[in-house]
Design a protein around this ligand. Structure first.
Ligand SMILES: Nc1ncnc2c1ncn2[C@@H]1O[C@H](COP(=O)(O)OP(=O)(O)OP(=O)(O)O)[C@@H](O)[C@H]1O
Ligand SMILES: O=C(O)[C@@H](O)C(=O)CO
Length: 611
């Protein structure tokens, strides 16, 4: 059950918020829009809902925010956070005030805070003013933003036309007292604007206002706040794997200073890039298909293609004279169409720069919920779509990320984890070896191994004789299927052995002939059914329990297995075959071999009457 709910006014703002919650130690689910119902069996401690309320008509923004708040409260959220941009929203018609006012009404709280700080990215609040890298917001490069140019830095003044309630700047949040603040505000509801310049300030603000049911701000407060929540909840939060094999596509529609630097860095590495020209696109001299063709031409190169429309403020102004909205939506649509083409063509990593651009990309891809992984840069997490766990999405807010951001995003997600790769190689070798030597046949055997907090298990219907690294399905430790591939139907047998001991690193189940033959012989001891004619079975594996016959793949079999799993080291399913755990794939393999050889010796001696 989620204890913390966050409503973000755009998509990259939501992923930014989610990344800091993960950094603070919480597990996070991000929904794109208000879901009709929560994901099945979701155990995320925090939920972030991405809305489009930054640029919507105010009434719609308020309505969506209230619906999101109700959803989060229904999921058990004990605290709500309204996340907006750490450079605020400067237009007098902005939605921060109306939404925050409405949320205060919904939750019937006397006050909340306005905390649009993110010091790690240079955004601080000093004496109630928002600063960007030490310069007041309206003097910073943010004044040139193509959609929301910034015209003031005083948060109280920015709020005046947007909200009916007063604001109280507060230099030292540790002195916060609700009664005193209410007296000072002289109103039924009010806002506090805490100064936030350093990491220490963040911790102090989180501690001072943790008990307020509603907080608002940028993502800078979310890490210290999540730390307090995760201390309260206890236990380590699980986050998804970053690495995935497959091709990547980079897209940039952001004209922010940081993105321009990142594009220049990528091009300076002599990596392939393709520039979209808004005028040529409008006039039909350039098309999305041209860009796609360029991408395909570089498909076999080890370098990802970057497609961008980003340009200097002067050039952007020039293009906007052709119709700012028309140009923006043309470019956003181009980025979105390229992302869809790429995912359809099997690309596994989409990395996109710019809030509006990334919003268009995610809408077109149609993923509605994500698990949040580690971050490439502060506020930029690796996201794993619930419905496509083999895909990684990284969406960067315009001014976020280091100069080498694109390089980092590619190396953090790309390629294979060498440890996982070795385990897969061992699994494939073992499967083939067992098959080639007649220790199993057809598609009857299955095997699994544990990697990090995942179980990789041979997919249903796979054959040990033709096993490949791609033939493994992935399960979470609670048995949730995380891959497109479906696991072997015997997966509950494997899970029971992983649950039994954290030392279990792999499990193999076969229908090896002598083990099956021996399972017909009435056992003298059900918990140790194979006699130790040689010392090796005990040395390698230990005791072998006999599990009574139940139909393969049936709940009755799984139940019988679970009842006996604690009593022996390895297992023989009656009239069916052995199930053997090991510390690693190779260890399980050696133990299985020993079991089969011991069963063969026992069988031969039994037949010769020498038992
Ligand atoms: N060359 C260009 N000329 C005019 N508009 C452009 C050009 N390139 C991109 N745009 C538009 O500018 C807008 C940039 O907004 P976007 O939100 O994607 O980036 P950003 O503002 O840098 O990011 P953020 O909102 O996260 O700060 C988009 O609508 C994009 O289509
Ligand atoms: O706070 C920020 O700057 C970002 O999270 C953002 O709002 C992206 O649109």
């Amino acid at each position: 059950m989620a204890v913390f709910g966050c409503i973000a006014d755009d998509f990259t703002g939501a992923s930014d918020a989610a990344s800091f919650l993960v950094k603070g130690g919480m597990s996070v689910r991000l929904y794109n829009g208000i879901p009709e119902r929560p994901e099945d069996g979701d155990s995320a401690q925090a939920i972030v809902i991405a809305l489009k309320s930054r640029t919507q008509e105010t009434a719609q923004a308020v309505d969506d925010s209230l619906r999101a708040a109700r959803f989060l409260l229904n999921q058990g959220a004990r605290q709500l956070y309204f996340k907006y941009c750490s450079t605020f929203d400067s237009t007098p018609k902005g939605n921060i005030g109306p939404v925050a006012d409405a949320l205060m009404d919904l939750m019937d709280v006397p006050c909340t805070i306005l905390c649009p700080a993110l010091p790690v990215n240079g955004r601080t609040v000093e004496h109630g003013h928002l600063m960007v890298n030490g310069v007041p917001l309206h003097e910073s490069h943010m004044k040139n933003h193509p959609l929301t140019p910034m015209w003031d830095s005083s948060i109280s003044r920015l709020m005046e036309p947007q909200s009916q309630w007063p604001c109280i700047p507060m230099e030292d949040p540790s002195s916060f007292s609700l009664e005193k603040a209410a007296e000072k505000a002289g109103a039924r509801r009010f806002y506090i604007i805490p100064d936030y310049k350093t990491t220490e300030d963040g911790r102090a603000i989180a501690a001072a206002f943790k008990s307020l049911p509603l907080l608002t701000g940028g993502s800078g407060l979310l890490e210290p706040l999540a730390r307090l929540w995760s201390q309260e909840l206890g236990g380590a939060a699980k986050i998804p794997e970053s690495l995935v094999s497959g091709k990547a596509l980079l897209l940039a529609g952001s004209c922010s200073q940081a993105t321009l630097g990142q594009i220049a860095w990528y091009e300076a590495q002599k990596k392939p890039s393709y520039k979209l020209d808004p005028k040529a696109l409008l006039e039909g001299r350039q098309t999305v298909d041209d860009a796609w063709q360029f991408i395909q031409e570089h498909e076999n190169s080890s370098d990802a293609v970057l497609v961008y429309s980003s340009d200097t403020p002067e050039k952007v102004k020039e293009f906007q004279s052709l119709g700012a909205e028309k140009v923006a939506s043309l470019l956003e649509d181009a980025a979105a169409r390229l992302a869809v083409k790429a995912v359809k063509a099997g690309y596994t990593r989409i990395i996109s720069a710019g809030g509006e651009t990334s919003g268009a990309v995610t809408r077109a891809l149609g993923f509605s919920s994500y698990l949040i992984g580690e971050s490439v840069a502060p506020g930029v997490p690796i996201m794993v779509p619930a419905r496509e766990p083999g895909v990684r999405l990284i969406l960067k807010s315009g001014n976020f990320g280091q100069e080498d951001f694109f390089g980092r995003a590619l190396s953090m997600t790309g390629g294979t984890d060498p440890v996982l790769d070795q385990k897969l190689s061992d699994a494939v070798w073992t499967a083939r070896s067992l098959f080639d030597r007649g220790k199993t046949s057809g598609s009857s055997a299955n095997m699994s191994f544990r990697h990090k907090d995942r179980i990789y298990i041979s997919a249903t219907g796979s054959c040990f004789g033709t096993m490949k690294k791609e033939d493994f399905a992935v399960l979470s430790m609670d048995g949730t299927v995380l891959s497109e591939k479906k696991p072997s139907k015997e997966w509950p047998l494997h899970l029971a052995l992983y649950e039994k001991s954290s030392e279990t690193g792999a499990v193999i189940h076969t229908h090896s002939t002598f083990s099956v033959l021996w399972s017909f012989v009435p056992a003298k001891n059900d918990q140790d059914c194979i006699p130790d004619h040689t010392p090796y079975l005990k040395m390698k594996l230990g005791t072998v329990g006999l599990v009574p016959y139940e139909k393969p793949g049936s709940e009755a079999l799984f139940q019988a297995f679970r009842e006996r799993v604690g009593a022996s080291d390895g297992f023989l399913l009656k009239n069916h075959g052995p199930v053997v755990p090991g510390k690693s794939v190779m260890d399980a393999f050696f133990r299985l071999e020993e079991l089969e050889e011991s069963a063969r010796i026992a069988w031969e001696l039994f037949r010769a009457g020498l038992e």
